[in-house]
Design a protein around this ligand. Structure first.
Ligand code: GDD
Ligand code: MG
Length: 340
């Protein structure tokens, strides 16, 4: 089976991390999310994946090298952002004749793709959409289904805070789902393709599961997903908590809470404290500093005695010795000013 993984979004809500890093390449504990996704695809028999983006493409270079052909990855640089449906349509000549998988690359899930595929084959639908239950559907595509699973309506980003099944961002698609749509221009699978299929009476099914699911929408969700992984909530992933990556140095007097992810090569100096936080590769936390409920980008530096509270510090940014920042977003390569 083949798959298209969408990795071309801007990740605006994850700034400043995503100013220098594509969100799909942000680590989930020990390696980029996209590696976890590829491993899952391979486990479920996917041997060929198409990835596409219109920008920051160079940032995928090391990732593509590390995969080393497993699965085979075809890269497409979009001349302009084609949106979700346009990106899939643009990859259609590389997905073969059978039904194929398509997925949002910014979702963390342990969804059973083999089960999704069997469900799709049984229903002979034009499209099968994996579903996830939420209390507030406003950030998602709200999907209503009949009792047999047939999709009655797909409403992207509803205005009201309603609970219900949402589009989990993984689909099994028949290539004919895209018939009649022009290639090479922006097209949304959520607001154009799915509503058109449903409106014309083609069979679209929803697939419910109790799989772990979290989208990488905001810094809070990004942190939450790491701690869920440390707590063993994702099928097939096991970590020590706190997690300390290869080549990291944590002084024996430093205090790490169980919910701490310390990336490769990070230094945590004496008497420092890290809790409910994610520290990306190469960052440094000075003596006596505190990093609580925060994310430090790659190679960020927190000076001696500084406090970083509920903040996101961009790549190679600095928090001066003794400074306190709270609820701050520090752009990459800048120095944080203490918050009042
Ligand atoms: N190649 C390419 N080109 N990829 C894109 C483009 C594009 O122009 N635009 C977005 N993507 C990718 C993003 O990188 C992401 O992996 C995926 O498509 C979805 O885009 P987002 O921008 O993250 O959309 P969203 O999170 O607001 O909503 C989507 O995901 C929800 C689940 O997380 C929708 O599919 C919702 O219906 C869904 O509930
Ligand atoms: Mg998203």
């Amino acid at each position: 089976m083949r798959a298209v993984v969408l990795v071309g979004g801007q990740g605006t809500r994850l700034r400043p991390l995503t100013e220098t890093l594509k969100k799909e390449l942000l680590p989930l504990v020990d390696r980029p999310l996209l590696h976890h996704t590829m491993d899952r695809l391979v486990r479920h028999g996917v041997d060929h994946v198409v990835l596409s983006s219109s920008y920051l493409e160079a940032s995928f270079g090391p990732f593509l090298e590390e995969r080393n052909g497993s699965p085979v990855i075809e890269w497409i640089t979009e001349p302009e952002p084609l949106d979700t449906g346009g990106a899939i349509l643009n990859a259609l000549d590389r997905v073969g004749d059978e039904a194929f998988l398509a997925m949002n690359g910014d979702v963390i899930t342990d969804l059973d793709l083999t089960e999704l595929r069997s469900f799709h084959e049984r229903s002979s639908a034009a499209a099968t959409i994996a579903l996830h239950r939420v209390e507030d559907a406003r950030a998602f595509g709200l999907v209503s289904t009949a009792s047999d699973g047939r999709v009655l309506e797909f409403r992207e980003k509803p205005a009201e805070a309603v609970s219900g099944d949402i589009n989990a961002g993984t689909y099994l698609l028949d290539r004919r789902a895209f018939e009649g749509f022009p290639a090479g221009e922006p097209l949304s699978i959520e607001t154009a393709v799915f509503p058109a299929l449903i409106g014309s009476g083609r069979a679209v099914y929803g697939f419910r599961s109790d799989a772990y699911w979290m989208d990488l929408g905001t810094p809070e969700k990004y942190r939450r997903a790491q701690f869920d992984a440390l707590d063993g909530r994702m099928h097939g992933l096991r970590y020590e908590a706190p997690y300390v990556g290869p080549g990291a140095h944590v002084d024996p007097t430093a205090r790490l809470a169980p919910h701490a992810v310390i990336g490769a090569g990070v230094r945590v100096e004496r008497d420092a404290e890290v809790a409910e936080s994610v520290v990306l590769a190469g960052a440094r936390i000075g003596a006596g500093a505190r990093v609580l409920d925060s994310i430090l980008g790659p190679n960020a530096e927190v000076g001696e005695g500084a406090s970083v509270l509920e903040s996101v510090v961009g790549e190679s940014a600095q928090v001066g010795a003794g400074a306190t920042i709270e609820d701050a977003r520090v752009p990459p390569f800048t120095e944080a000013r203490a918050s009042d």
